[in-house]
Design a protein around this ligand. Structure first.
Ligand code: NAD
Length: 276
């Protein structure tokens, strides 16, 4: 593959760049994921709540690629938290995907007021020890939630998937992850495309390298060590977003992008988000 892997804390390899399918309707997911696999993506990020595990699975199973060459992530939705509910929800996801194992299973949100994420994670540990998932992790966990999991459970999460882009650089989380050997995976790595790709500093760096602003932002993440999962349903952009392994930003470029931090979220605050 053209995408280099990172090594998770249990030795499993995960492509550093993958394809996200949030907001892709189920009947379009098969085509979008197939386009991504043809373009060289080997990691797909879905979730039960996205409603497109079936379309995603059809593309994976119909790709002609060996199953072990594709890294599939899905996520447990909030309404399925709790030990027994988690085991049932996992079976449903596996069935919808049409797979017999998942590469990475994530708790989608901590919903901390419910006090269920520790029991949920214990069910994840069971799935992991039963060999039904190759790695387990979390999403949208704040440092305190990660610390509590590490104190009360035995498997350190392999990944924390969090909102992360030049306007929200997540220094505290990245530092904790580095200390604990947890991979930082960036959701909305392009800041959902909106204003970020027009920021003059990013446009100037793109012109300097004869690249697009999206490619520059993805390169910034990769050089920091983040896993990225950009989303697009446009074939030319799907290709553009993976065509980032033949150039590098220099230290001045990296510093200029790192100066854009505003600690500004697009998505919800994980301490309060409690839907589903
Ligand atoms: P993103 O930052 O990947 O931006 C996607 C949008 O940017 C596209 O819809 C398009 O409008 C634009 N875009 C993409 N490529 C472009 C290009 N080359 N040039 C110009 N514009 C371009 O945002 P996202 O979809 O929110 O995040 C990516 C993935 O992260 C999702 O699909 C999903 O898999 C995951 N995610 C996870 C969570 C979570 O709670 N764990 C939340 C949001 C997203």
């Amino acid at each position: 593959s053209k995408v280099p892997p990172i090594i998770l804390n249990n030795g499993v390899e995960m492509p550093q760049l993958g394809f996200g399918v949030w907001q892709v309707p189920d009947d379009e997911a098969e085509r979008a994921v197939s386009t991504a696999l043809e373009a060289g993506y080997r990691s797909i990020d879905t979730a039960a709540i996205y409603g497109n595990e079936e379309g995603t699975g059809k593309a994976v199973n119909g790709s002609g690629l060996p199953r072990q060459d594709i890294f599939v992530t899905t996520k447990l939705w909030n309404s399925d938290q709790g030990y027994d509910a988690t085991l049932r929800a996992f079976d449903t996801s596996l069935q919808k995907l049409g797979l017999d194992y998942i590469d990475l299973y994530l708790i989608h949100w901590p919903v901390p007021a419910r006090e269920t994420y520790v029991d949920t994670y214990k069910a994840f540990e069971k799935l992991y020890s039963d060999g039904r998932v190759r790695a387990i992790g979390v999403s949208n966990f704040l440092p305190g939630h990660i610390e509590r999991l590490i104190e009360e459970t035995s498997v350190v999460p392999a990944v924390n998937q969090i909102e992360l882009h030049p306007h929200l650089q997540q220094h505290a989380s990245r530092e904790l992850h580095a200390e604990q050997g947890i991979a930082t995976e960036a959701w909305s790595p392009l800041g959902q495309g909106k204003g970020l790709l027009e920021v003059p500093a990013i446009v100037a760096i793109a012109q300097k390298h004869h690249r697009t602003p999206a490619q520059v932002v993805l390169r910034w993440h990769l050089q920091l060590g983040n896993v990225v999962i950009p989303k697009s349903v446009t074939p030319s952009r799907i290709k553009e977003n993976i065509d980032v392994f033949d150039f590098s930003l220099d230290t001045e470029d990296l510093a200029a992008i790192s100066a854009l931090n505003e600690d500004r979220r697009i998505g919800p605050d994980p301490a309060a988000f409690d839907i589903g």
